[in-house]
Write a protein that binds this ligand. Structure first.
Ligand code: HEC
Length: 111
């Protein structure tokens, strides 16, 4: 009985680590990709530059069911400007769907 309980506790701990590892991997992959593609020329994590801060974007859309679709399109096609300020965001034809999905997932996880 005791052993069984220990196993459950161990399994739960392993699961918690696995979830955290997933989030950490997303963050690392996002930062590598964002640096390579120049996102940080216009975005910072925690303060607006030319574009809004990534944390502000996460806070604005985090609970919005249509957000993944919307942000995917902005990253792929660029924007016309006018949502956050007058500046527009360039389009990113060189990113794969998987890369964009990872970026969207990570940005929307920010608070
Ligand atoms: C040349 C500057 C520039 C670069 C480079 C850039 N952005 Fe942006 N981004 C902007 C601006 C400006 C806005 C605000 C646009 C608006 O108000 O319509 C924006 C908005 C966004 C938004 C929010 C869209 C919305 O509808 O609210 C996301 C998400 C985003 N950028 C992600 C990225 C990612 C990911 C990259 C790199 C692949 C990137 N940006 C590179 C300037 C840039």
């Amino acid at each position: 009985m005791k052993i069984r309980r220990l196993n459950i506790a161990a399994a739960m701990t392993a699961l918690m680590f696995a979830c955290q590892a997933g989030a950490t991997e997303d963050a690392a992959a996002f930062k590598t990709l964002a640096k390579k593609k120049g996102c940080f020329n216009c975005h910072r994590m925690d303060k607006p530059v030319l574009g809004p801060s990534l944390e502000d974007i996460g806070r604005k859309y985090g609970k919005d069911a249509g957000a993944p679709d919307r942000l995917f399109k902005v990253i792929r096609n660029g924007s016309k400007g006018g949502v956050w300020g007058d500046a527009a965001m360039p389009r990113y034809a060189g990113l794969s769907d998987d890369e964009i999905n990872l970026m969207v997932r990570y940005i929307l996880s920010l608070k």
